[in-house]
Design a protein around this ligand. Structure first.
Ligand code: ADP
Ligand code: ZN
Ligand code: ZN
Length: 742
């Protein structure tokens, strides 16, 4: 029977939203969501398409035929198709790009693609129930033993059987010859979870139980913010919520910021639920990822743990979605489509009418704001699960150190505590928040740093122009020779990296075993795990690292954590700098004293009075929130306004500059009618003005309540290219609600 379908064609250039109509012969029930191979364009080149819908009316023009159907079951569910559509609308990308994000890499999108998926198979064995055991000679002891072993088992791989019983392969062969066993060649799923110990169920304490009950008793959809201090046992609450979902015949998605950085969470999930867990993350090979996706589609698993993109896992009967460390930037995609997994989580929770649980010790300001607006339900865990005290946090004023002739990167207190910890054979974590390119000017004597007068954000030092620039309003300043507050000439720009810290540490602590964990040292697969394991085994005394060691690690023997300079994050040229600082100190401090011994945290800074630092001393999120929300209101930052960033980049500086100016005036023109609610800032060079030989300029748009209108304007300019901009040499990148603006 001839049928007609609309497909999205997954071409490489794919700059189109268009659906194409094709014809095919098929008696299958459902065609939606399957991949097809089809002739495309003038040359009829073979391309892959995804069937979006079947249409009933016969087209009155000639339609090409689909060559063949590539999938036996739909790769993508109707729910996910709707989500792709929404992503394309919300993030201003085209439908093809959105679909590509929703379907995992590793599924062949292009015909003749080199990415061949290797399917592994192995021999599986089962006892043949029809076999009459009395016909087997009683002398064949080993054969009897194997048959007996197989009695209560289902299919078992030959390899496992040999290992379990210790017999040789010839014994199995004998049984096979006698028709006493059945064999089958079955698909083996590569195990991507490193072997795990069982993680036993814990009895919830009162706080945990109350949080658990609130979610379980809630009917229908609902967003929960599980705000629990570090070590309060949020994971156990997640685990039992998931268990409850499974008991009701449902499935679960658990998002973690970056799998490689959170091995403990995966370990706990697979340690509790074993084979029912699939893991999705970016460091999997294509084949591994394909395996995991198939397992989910085949309903072989009902729990998916993964990083950002796991939010698209094609589970059909979702019962709960959990997003751990909800404040992490990594939930927002930095590539097109720039979706936010937390928003997708809300959409899916809404679709399935199920709870969405956001967990953190330091929630996003926006999430907290929504608690006050009664849009999110707050659940609190205020005590550590094992009743340990929160680590003792000291703030060291580095200005005093300088005054007393200590020029080193270690304050006297930190140095002393490090020596003490080493003597006691304890482990130390030193933390340096390094955002490679950020550079600010500050006074070492009094802690003064150059901020923009109108925006309350730090100004960025631009080497190229030898000036300070505000990235929120574009004002510039020359670099002062003397500190305007105290007159000292010790005013300079700040820049020390983890590598240098490592050198210092090795110099001052000659006998210590030192390791460094940052982006450079962990680029390779498993390198993180290696350092992690060394840390667990006690083969490292001092671990130096960046943001990545701030996350959910649980090392029992770490008693001292040092934050070398809280100022780096405090002076990020970003309206979120204070929030980031508070989060970092709290998260890093959470790494200390997770065992029996109490922990100690030392935070070094030139700005001890700043509220983000002062309130972190007592882990006082509430007071911090009250201060910060005021600042946001005064300077009209989110959650009181919404931001959009538009970045132009390209190899020829003049062309990029010209394009961004053209964009600026075009946007300005188009939004004229709503001028009083829309502010257009820029164009400015980006904070990172050049990446990989591409010059970068940006415009920042701030609005109160007109975001949809701005999107429609940007869609006309960018996606539809109504103004015929040359997009070959200058790329335009639009980010709605940018996380960090770089
Ligand atoms: P969080 O994720 O909130 O920082 P964790 O989930 O890592 O905290 O829990 C901290 C420690 O407390 C872990 O070692 C965990 O096994 C333990 N724990 C959690 N809940 C309980 C409980 N109810 N009883 C005993 N130990 C618990
Ligand atoms: Zn000064
Ligand atoms: Zn400014």
């Amino acid at each position: 029977m001839k049928r007609y379908v609309n497909v999205v064609v997954l071409t490489n250039t794919g700059n189109t939203d268009q659906l194409y109509t094709y014809a095919l012969d098929s008696s299958r029930n459902n065609l939606e969501g399957i991949r097809v191979e089809l002739p495309f364009g003038k040359g009829n080149r073979k391309q892959i398409g995804i069937v979006i819908e079947e249409i009933s009316e016969i087209p009155n023009y000639s339609v090409k035929n689909i060559d063949r159907i590539l999938d036996s079951t739909a790769l993508i569910t109707p729910e996910l198709m709707t989500i792709a559509k929404k992503i394309s609308k919300d993030t201003l990308c085209n439908y093809t790009q959105a679909l590509k994000a929703v379907i995992p890499g590793g599924i062949q999108l292009q015909p003749n693609s080199k990415k061949v998926i290797h399917v592994q198979t192995a021999n599986y064995i089962r006892r043949n129930d029809g076999f009459d055991i009395t016909t087997l000679s009683s002398k064949a002891k080993k054969q009897h033993y194997v048959l007996n072993y197989l009695k209560n088992l289902d299919w078992i791989s030959e390899k496992e059987l040999l290992a379990d019983t210790g017999v040789s392969r010839s014994v199995i062969q004998e049984l096979w010859n006698k028709n006493a066993i059945q064999k089958d060649n079955k698909r083996v799923f590569r195990n991507v979870i490193f072997p795990q110990l069982k993680y036993k169920k814990l009895r919830l304490n009162e706080e945990q139980y109350n949080a658990y009950q609130s979610v379980v008793n809630h009917k229908g959809k609902g967003i929960f913010l599980l705000k629990g201090v570090t070590g309060s046992g949020k994971t156990e609450v997640y685990l039992q919520l998931v268990e409850n979902a499974l008991k009701n015949g449902k499935s679960a998605i658990i998002l973690v910021p970056e799998i490689a950085l959170t091995p403990q969470t995966i370990a706990r999930f697979s340690g509790r639920f074993g084979e029912r867990v699939a893991v999705l993350h970016s460091k999997l090979t294509y084949s591994e990822r394909y395996d995991q996706w198939q397992k989910i589609l085949d309903k072989d698993v009902d729990i998916v743990v993964g990083a950002r993109s796991a939010i698209f896992a094609p589970l059909k009967n979702l019962g709960i979605i959990i997003i751990d460390e909800e404040h992490e930037e990594s939930y927002k995609s930095d590539q097109t489509p720039k979706y936010d997994a937390r928003e997708i989580g809300e959409i899916r929770a809404n679709y399935h009418q199920i709870p969405l649980v956001l967990g953190s010790a330091t929630p996003r300001l926006e999430s907290c704001f929504r608690v006050y607006q009664k849009d999110i339900i707050l659940l609190e865990l205020n005590r550590r699960a094992l009743n340990q005290n929160m680590p003792d946090l000291s703030i060291v004023d580095m200005r005093t150190e300088l005054k007393e002739k200590n020029n080193s990167i270690f304050s006297r207190l930190l140095y002393y505590e490090m020596q003490k910890a080493l003597r006691q054979k304890k482990q130390i974590i030193l933390f340096l928040n390094k955002r490679g390119h950020s550079s600010f000017v500050f006074c070492r004597k009094c802690g003064y740093s150059e901020k923009c007068d109108s925006c309350e954000v730090s100004m960025t030092y631009h080497q190229h122009a030898h000036r300070l620039i505000c990235h929120y309003c574009g004002k510039t300043k020359i670099i002062p020779k003397k500190c305007p507050v105290c007159g000292s000439s010790a005013i300079r720009h700040f820049g020390i990296g983890t590598e240098q810290v490592e050198e210092y540490v090795r110099k001052y602590f000659k006998n210590a075993r030192v390791a460094r964990m940052d982006f450079d040292t962990t680029r390779q697969k498993n390198s993180y795990e290696t350092i992690y394991k060394k840390m667990i085994d006690g083969d490292i005394d001092i671990l130096i690292g960046t943001q990545m060691i701030a996350k959910g690690l649980d090392f029992k023997n770490v008693t001292l954590v040092g934050v070398l300079s809280a100022d780096i994050s405090l002076n990020l040229p970003n309206y979120k700098a204070s929030e980031k600082t508070f989060q970092l100190i709290t998260q890093v401090a959470g790494r200390a004293g997770r065992g029996e011994e109490p922990g100690k945290v030392i935070v070094q800074t030139y700005n001890p009075e700043h509220y983000a630092i002062a309130f972190s001393k007592n882990y006082d999120y509430h007071s911090f929130y009250q201060e910060e929300i005021k600042v946001r209101k005064i300077f009209q930052y989110p959650p009181y306004t919404e931001l959009i960033s538009v970045i132009c980049s390209g190899r020829v500086r003049e062309k990029v500059g010209w394009t961004i100016h053209y964009l600026y005036s075009t946007i300005k023109d188009l939004v004229k009618e709503k001028e009083d609610k829309i502010w257009i800032i820029g164009p400015n060079p980006c904070q990172i003005p050049k990446i990989k030989d591409n010059y970068r300029f940006q415009i920042l748009i701030k609005t109160s309540g007109e975001i949809e209108f701005i999107k429609s304007v940007l869609r006309r300019i960018s996606t539809n290219n109504e103004f015929k901009m040359d997009k070959k040499e200058v790329k335009i990148g639009i980010t709605i609600h940018p996380g960090m603006i770089l």
